[in-house]
Design a protein around this ligand. Structure first.
Ligand SMILES: Cc1cc2nc3c(=O)[nH]c(=O)nc-3n(C[C@H](O)[C@H](O)[C@H](O)COP(=O)(O)O)c2cc1C
Ligand SMILES: C=C(O[C@@H]1CC(C(=O)O)=C[C@@H](OP(=O)(O)O)[C@H]1O)C(=O)O
Length: 353
């Protein structure tokens, strides 16, 4: 698969740069007859768009989705679906400082090394603006999954070193950080204020749970479900680690502690996080991602310019203080895209059952 494409049967290609005319996605391989309108897309894009949360960039993008092809009378037709979202508030002039110097922690230096050229107006395609296309495509993946009784939810379980001890999911949407622990959310808020004043940024941990996933999704060897999920989640900018189930804690357990007992009523624990041998077990899929602090900060940092000379940089432009909570819906999108693809693959395996 080429670098801008994800999936095998449910396949998406995202396109566009942060400061180009528009960003978007082409979805190929979606079955016909799935209810899918701009309203479906908009509901997901509104959760991702900048400008809402306190941690968010002040770039004001309306993020209005236009479906250009592949639907008729509110349903998919089985033909390629193209979705476009215009960039309306790029303000490229404030990015002159990164034209010839590299931001530590961002992709400026590696894009230059790989391509020998770079769209320095914002992060170009390395900007999380590109995730508009992923979230728009995932709106359709979620439609497919919903029809099969699968739902996905991403919660903030750590931000700036403040950990959520509780998992009160009903309270999650009552705070700006999508944290299932109201007390922890307050401490997160204070931490965000403090770090923003310092011209710095924060990272955290997002936990994603997919409920209702049937047993049997995933391939036996190379595209194991856990590998596909980890790859898709790691493919989000700023994600530096992925855990499935007990994850790194499993390394510290004995076999008898880690094995999930199998009973006539199902598994009595879920250290495996819903996959065994790369195939879903029917237990909820549980994943956690480590999200690094936003690289573009106004605090002065040492770097080099395009001539290789040592310089300092105080990054201007409009940036998030933390990718959380906007990254949460992107995590849900990546999981939805992988599951929709594997669901279609599994229908091929079970066609005469
Ligand atoms: C939702 C989201 C928002 C982000 N916002 C910014 C931002 O405003 N400024 C920035 O420099 N990086 C931001 N990032 C992180 C960069 O996109 C990312 O660090 C960069 O592409 C380099 O990739 P890497 O961190 O995976 O190595 C954001 C990431 C996500 C997922
Ligand atoms: C605009 C969005 O977020 C952007 C994500 C981002 C980055 O480097 O990831 C950098 C900033 O934008 P720019 O590309 O203009 O530097 C953020 O504002 C968005 O998500 O829609």
């Amino acid at each position: 698969m080429a670098g801008n494409t994800l999936g095998s049967l449910f396949r998406i290609t995202t396109w566009g740069e942060s400061h180009g005319d528009a960003v978007g996605v082409v979805i190929d391989g979606a079955p016909a007859g799935i209810p899918f309108t701009e309203g479906h897309v908009q509901a997901w894009l509104d959760r991702r768009k900048p400008g809402g949360a306190k941690t968010s960039t002040s770039r004001k993008e309306p993020d209005m989705a236009r479906i250009l092809s592949g639907t008729f009378k509110g349903k998919t037709t089985g033909t390629p679906i193209s979705i476009m979202v215009e960039n309306r508030d790029a303000r490229s002039s404030s990015y002159a400082d990164i034209m010839d110097r590299y931001r530590p922690g961002h992709g400026d230096i590696t894009y230059d090394k790989k391509y020998g050229t770079r769209d320095y107006r914002g992060g170009g395609r390395s900007s999380a603006r590109e995730t508009v296309g992923r979230v728009a495509a995932a709106a359709l993946a979620h439609q497919l999954l919903k029809a099969e009784g699968i739902s996905i939810c991403a919660a903030t379980v750590e931000l700036g070193g403040v950990r959520a001890e509780k998992r009160e999911y009903a309270s999650m949407t009552e705070n700006p950080y999508l944290c299932p622990d109201a007390e922890a959310a307050q401490a997160m808020d204070a931490r965000v204020d403090e770090v923003r004043r310092q011209g710095d940024s924060l990272g955290g941990v997002v936990e994603i749970i997919a409920d209702g996933v049937p047993a049997g999704l995933g391939e036996p060897v190379f595209e194991k479900l856990d590998a596909a999920l980890a790859g898709a989640l790691m493919g989000i900018g700023a994600v530096k680690g992925v855990e499935i189930g007990a994850g790194f804690d499993a390394a510290r357990m004995t076999g008898s502690e880690n094995n999930d007992p199998i009973t006539p009523d199902g598994f009595s624990s879920n250290n495996a996080g819903g996959t065994l041998a790369g195939i879903s077990s029917g237990a909820p899929l549980v994943m956690r991602v480590a999200v690094k602090p936003i690289p573009s900060i106004t605090k002065a940092q040492a770097t080099i310019n395009t001539k290789g000379e040592a310089v300092t940089i105080e990054t201007r432009g409009r940036h998030d203080v933390a990718a959380i909570p906007r990254v949460n819906v992107v995590c849900e999108a990546m999981v939805a895209l992988v599951l929709a693809d594997h669901l279609l693959r599994q229908k091929a395996v079970t066609w005469n059952r």
